[in-house]
Design a protein around this ligand. Sequence first.
Ligand code: C5P
Length: 248
Amino acid sequence: MDRDAGAAERLILALDTPTVADARTLVGRLDGAVSFYKIGLELALAGGLDLAGELIAAGRRVFLDLKFLDIGNTVERAVAQAADLGVTCLTVHGHDTKTLQAAVRGRGASQTRLLAVTVLTSLDGADLAEQGIRDGLTPGDLVTHRAGLAQARGFDGVIASGQEAGRLRAVVGGDFLIVTPGIRLADAESDDQVRVVTPERAIADGADYLVVGRPITAAADPAAAAERFIAAIGAGLAHRGLTSRAAS
Ligand code: C5P
């Protein structure tokens, strides 16, 4: 993953399917359009880790989204296992230095990129207060604080909503990856995502990679839908003055 990637390389398809067979069907339909897949908890618990190995062996990239959070020893060893599998990136809850440093140790010399989850977008100020996080701290403040912590401890980037991307980019500078879910084309339904942003807007504001699920997976023609997202990413890159080169 790099900040100079072309438009097609920046699209990560969320394989949120209940079975590996369903995921394989999608991968087959998207062959040639999509080369980067996110595997989360649902599919991982249904054989998705074997599928991850197959995709990697076939030259695809895999984002393992299991959002690790545990004692340091466990996080370190889990990250080392994922790095051995050859995943391109994975998520860790970025709450504290001990967890972040354990993940960095587990990654070792591998190329696996570490992405911090700062504050889940499903949580609002009242949820944070319930956790004891008070003093008027907003989710946005905590996102910024935790992103800075992750960057200082050697992480490669964060997961952030499109609405946070611009503010975060200003804080973390140019070299830190911002990976953004909750993306919808301008004319689309938002499903259960509440704070949706278009691909052009997210990329123009500083997101590097976009995670897209249902707008592609539930489309009548998923490959055509993926191409629309890639074109929109290209338009966002043009806003940033970056050219969009072909996927490699
Ligand atoms: O289908 P849709 O495009 O909404 O899928 C978005 C993907 O991004 C899902 O896999 C979801 O779990 C993930 N995600 C998210 N919001 C976050 C973090 C991850 O929607 N804050």
